[in-house]
Ligand binder design. Structure first.
Ligand code: ATP
Length: 237
């Protein structure tokens, strides 16, 4: 396998005096989808926040494209090429779809063709149909897709996606799955935090099962699919 894009060793995180992540170690490779799955409160969101420098955390080592993330503010981590789409949709509701996309535009690294609205509309065909619509006239799922598309306008190498399927209509969940597959085909790596097992299983190459802040399983999605006892115990599916 290639050198990992994102590498995290012994990641620990706390809220005040309460430790919620315990020695998480995993790697994300270029163009793969790695799912963090686990029950409510297992620590998935905190893992993504810890990587982005948004919660108090320590890791023996955390690197992205070989560069240490230690002590970097969130915006510098993003500028290294690590996009982050939090659970709450962060679009500008007064701006149109196209205007929202423009707010995310950043130059592509040398030698890579940049994402453009037109290219993104091929990935998210439903956004193409509403390019002139303002954010406040979009459903939650459409806003979520727009948030992902806007993050891609920054030309990241990888994206951390926090529960993208949560609370959105099944038809949009389906479109989201297709868009994530297409992103992967374009070489973007995805670290996905998900409670929706069917969604995660349908799009991910590998999985980490998190239980009470610890990794209980790490391996291919096929292996996890085959281990019914582990899934029942840790995920209830
Ligand atoms: N701001 C906070 N302050 C204190 N404790 C928190 C805070 N946010 C999360 N926690 C706690 O940290 C633990 C992990 O929460 P986290 O949100 O990372 O889990 P999760 O797996 O993402 O769950 P969910 O699917 O509900 O988002 C939980 O016990 C939660 O109660």
């Amino acid at each position: 396998m290639t050198t990992p894009l994102l590498e995290v060793w012994n990641l620990c995180a706390s809220y005040g005096r309460a430790q919620v992540l315990f020695d998480l170690t995993f790697r994300l490779h270029q163009g793969e989808v790695l799912a963090l799955v686990g029950r409510n409160g297992a620590g998935k969101t905190t893992t993504l926040k810890a990587i982005m420098g948004l919660v108090s955390a320590s890791a023996k080592q955390a690197t992205f494209k070989g560069k240490s993330l230690a002590g970097l503010p969130t915006y510098k981590i993003a500028r290294l090429g690590l996009g982050y789409v939090p659970e709450d949709r962060r679009i500008f509701t007064d701006l149109t779809v196209e205007e929202n996309l423009e707010t995310g535009r950043r130059p592509a690294p040398a030698g890579r063709s940049p994402w453009t609205p037109e290219r993104l509309f091929r990935l998210f065909p439903n956004l193409a149909e509403m390019r002139g619509r303002r954010g406040n006239q979009m459903s939650g799922g459409e806003q979520q897709m727009l948030t992902i598309a806007r993050t891609l306008m920054g030309n990241p190498d990888a994206i951390l996606l926090d529960e993208p399927s949560e609370g959105i209509a099944p038809v949009i969940v389906q479109m989201m799955a297709e868009a994530i597959r297409a992103m992967k085909a374009e070489g973007v790596a995805v670290l996905l935090s998900e409670q929706n097992w069917a969604f995660a299983a349908g799009i991910s190459d590998r999985a980490c099962v998190i239980e009470r802040g610890e990794i209980r399983f790490q391996g291919s999605m096929d292996e996890l699919m085959a281990d019914e006892a582990l899934r029942a115990e840790t995920l209830g599916v």
